[in-house]
Design a binder for this molecule. Sequence first.
Ligand code: HAM
Length: 432
Amino acid sequence: MPTFRAPRGTRDLLPPETAAWTRLERLAADLATRYGYRRIETPLFELSDVFERGVGEVTDIVEKELYRLTPRTDDGESWALRPEPTAGIVRAYVQHGMQTWPQPVRLTETGPMFRYDRPQAGRYRQFWQWDIEAIGDPGPAIDAEIIELGARFYRDAGLAGVEVHLNSIGDPACRPAYVAELTDYFRDHREALPDLERERLERNVLRLLDSKDPAMTGLNASAPKITDRLCAACAEHFAAVRAHLDALGVPYRLAPGLVRGLDYYTRTAFEFYVTGREGQQQAIGGGGRYDGLVELLGGRPTPGIGFGIGLDRLLLALSETGTPAAAEPDSVAVVVGADPDDTVGRLKVATDLRSAGIAARAELGHRKLGRQLEAAARDRAHFAVVLGDELAGGEVGLRDLPAGTQKLVPLADLAREIERAHGAHRHGAPES
Ligand code: HAM
């Protein structure tokens, strides 16, 4: 048993898994750029108030899952690790006066989030999200654009059969009457409610609808549906979101019970699920509109919408559906030498290759040439650059390891030669 282990609910990401990880991050960054989203980085911790007000005090995330940091001084402010990025991004939008920028402000952030939840497969205490936010556009067209972007990301990542679950959860005009009706409904079933739900009934009844407690499944299925109670403006907005999705050819399933686990949502709410996977309870991504959040965090009333896609769950889904993980890039060249002690010579040649843009490493131990070559083959390098007696005449051996061939190359031409032969090899062309 090692003395120290990664904290419960966290994990170390190791190669080769990190190669698959890098691929997803690049894909997310490329798509974000293509859709006009620019990168933002917010701190990993914020004033707890940002989350309490933003996400909502009576939510699992704030009540049970927030990692609060111990204040350093008596009068210290209360901080918490971010459980999600939206509240922090909106805090930054207000703080930096982004309402004076051209609207909507399209922002993207990728990074770790922290929730003190009970760990299980696909649920971690530190997990990664790719987040997209468009602040300053009431929709409905941008709602469809964002949902289409999320669906495209899964497709491009190689995950087939991702289903969009879509709902509208109303706004301050129509939700209060619905909340009152829902409260009456659950009061009638008070005895059947688990303790936490009974306690939340009077404080935040919507949270009962996304309860993780299996005892709630039947009750929730028969509960009144918000979509039957939308005001005219919300109903029109919702119809237009659907019309835009239809026009884009993005399939979705209406999910009248979907309310999301965070309080800031208004109108459009959506989640991504992998279809056909038995027992699949967890969304692999989700988001929605938050037209009241900017004001809640001290800004002028400004609409917004976004999503968060869980990268851990996406990778898990990719491996469960048998999608091959990204191959690790093989190193191109390893510099070896006949003189085990000439580390200076090997390091210099490798450094020059790297200056020329080639992925190269040198054998820096003092092993015999045979051992150095074995290590190069183990690394699945394409070439071994062999420093021997010919070095005096300005030449080195260039061994193509998979092909088993070797030739002498002037040191001055080495980088160019490697680049040419490696490019031809990668593209399947015959090498001369
Ligand atoms: P969320 O639904 O709480 O939304 O989280 C988004 C995604 O993060 C989930 O669908 C899931 O894939 C992943 N996730 C959440 N918790 C965990 C966990 N404990 N372990 C692994 N993955 C997890 C939000 O966070 C909103 N900020 C999304 C949003 C952005 N809404 C508007 N803009």
